[in-house]
Design a protein around this ligand. Structure first.
Ligand code: NAD
Length: 456
């Protein structure tokens, strides 16, 4: 569904919107494979901070043909400001770099990026002897990044890369940098990508954005559930774009739409209800090859206030949204059906992170997804794989188009980017997690929500 307000606010109503101080969302710059700049912009990048990470990242960017400045040139526009906070030991050291970001913000181009890079803090309860000042400064960077994301304008975003015992040039930290810098992360703001191992292959900025036979997923076998329509169909298209052979799963009632989606990408349609007892086995039989990528996207809502919740609504939301995923993962593992470095991504939701009225069943299932990926990460790491989750916010799909006008408008405007996301935005985040380069990011949940205030 189209958000007509965006075109009005950027067209005939521009002056009124400004005068009345109404939300002024701008059309976001999204990844286009035909773009010769690979989804990055042509302006230089400003790297701030006097740290080893700042030096290493500057060199990395130069090696990838970006123009890099270490001090702002007032006459220029920047496509991104990268602020390196690695190695800091006390909150007193935050000031210079942070105020330098502020001073350069007006030079940021439309749909620009601020990316902070910092060491991981520890969260209670955690067996650690971490120094309080050290932990304070590390956590402080998350506060800076999240608050700054709320202050960004004109389609720009602020996100962070968190280094959990790795160098800023670890393969997955580099991949996270390309993702956050590029148009693939258009609807991600106020979020963090935590890199906790040196796993993953090193990739250049251009390789990260390559598509088709030179794409990062070339030759990979990918299964996407709920692929007939909406977000799942878009995930299937994007994984195909990046080189994967896609197998789309959906219920027989959605068979026609599934066939259409799969035909358009040379994929294979598998008509199957994922809640069936032997769904995992059936998927493996139909695919007939090791599964490199599995995207648990199929999901349903069965909303009711808990006081009115019946057994069928409760049971079906849990069965489709979480229990089927656990069972399918278990059966593929038991049958050694995974590829050499399996990648699994599950769809959570911001409703699962924050709760939502009328959605105890849905929130339980989606919070369950977050718990599942955190707990399964070690097992997947042992197979050189990863399992992560993506939590969408308000995404423009048939589901959200059917919402009443007031909650729909609130869902769109109550985010830092003041608009809903597109299925493509969720698909890009998933395609990032399954790239070989992202092997060092495991057990995490990334929100793709434009920094939604709902579910915060
Ligand atoms: P959708 O309803 O448009 O599509 C879901 C697909 O899953 C459908 O094709 C459906 O037939 C399929 N499906 C449902 N039950 C199935 C089953 N038992 N077996 C096989 N296939 C089944 O939903 P969507 O908006 O594209 O959402 C996709 C995922 O993203 C879901 O997990 C949803 O919870 C999550 N999500 C969506 C939003 C949003 O704003 N649209 C926000 C947060 C999370």
């Amino acid at each position: 569904m189209n958000d007509k307000y965006i075109s009005l606010a950027n067209g005939p109503l521009k002056k009124i919107v400004k005068t009345l101080g109404l939300p002024a969302p701008v059309p976001l710059r999204r990844f286009d494979p035909a773009d010769s700049a690979h989804g990055y912009l042509s302006e230089p990048i400003l790297v701030l901070g006097e740290t080893a990470g700042a030096d290493a990242l500057s060199q990395l960017l130069l090696d990838n043909d970006f123009s890099v400045h270490r001090t702002p040139n007032p006459g220029l526009r920047y496509q991104a400001i990268i602020a390196a906070y690695d190695g800091l030991t006390h909150p007193d050291q935050l000031q210079d770099t942070t105020l330098a970001i502020g001073a350069a913000l007006r030079q940021l181009t439309r749909c620009g990026r601020v990316i902070t890079v910092a060491d991981a803090g520890v969260v209670f309860p955690h067996t650690t002897d971490a120094d309080p000042a050290l932990n304070a400064v590390r956590n402080a960077v998350t506060g800076i990044t999240r608050s700054l994301a709320h202050e960004m304008r004109a389609g720009s975003t602020a996100n962070g890369i968190v280094l959990d015992g790795v160098q800023p040039t670890a393969p997955s930290a580099v991949a996270a940098l390309w993702f956050l810098l590029s148009a693939k992360s258009a609807y991600v703001s106020g979020q963090f990508l935590t890199v906790s191992s040196d796993r993953g292959t090193t990739t250049s900025a251009a390789e990260f954005a390559a598509t088709g036979q030179t794409g990062p997923l070339n030759g990979a076998v990918a299964v996407v559930t709920g692929a007939a329509r909406g977000i799942g169909a878009e995930i299937a298209r994007v994984l195909h774009r990046d080189g994967a052979q896609v197998y789309g799963v959906d219920v027989p009632q959605a068979g026609q739409a599934l066939a259409q989606t799969m035909n358009s990408i040379g994929g294979v349609a598998i008509q199957l209800d994922i809640t069936a007892e032997h769904a995992g086995q059936q998927i493996m039989e139909r695919v007939g090859a090791p599964i490199d990528i599995l995207i648990h996207n199929a999901g349903i809502t069965r909303d009711k206030l808990l006081a009115n919740m019946d057994e069928s609504r409760w049971a079906s939301a849990i069965a489709v949204n979480i229990s089927s995923q656990l069972r399918i993962n278990e059966s593929i593992t038991a049958a050694t059906g995974w590829g050499q470095a399996p990648r699994v991504v599950s769809l959570a939701s911001i409703a699962g992170l924050a709760g939502n009225r009328g959605q105890t069943n849905y929130s339980a299932s989606k919070a369950g997804v977050v718990g599942m990926v955190a707990a399964a990460a070690e097992d997947f790491a042992a197979r050189s794989g990863t399992i992560n989750a993506v939590a969408p916010g308000f995404i423009e799909t048939d589901m959200t188009a059917a919402m009443p006008m007031v909650p729909r408008e609130l869902g769109r405007r109550l985010s830092s980017l003041q608009q809903g996301g597109k299925p493509r935005d969720v698909a890009e985040a998933i395609a990032f997690f399954v790239q070989p380069a992202a092997g060092g990011i495991n057990g995490k949940t990334l929100r793709v929500c434009g920094q939604s205030l709902l579910g915060a």
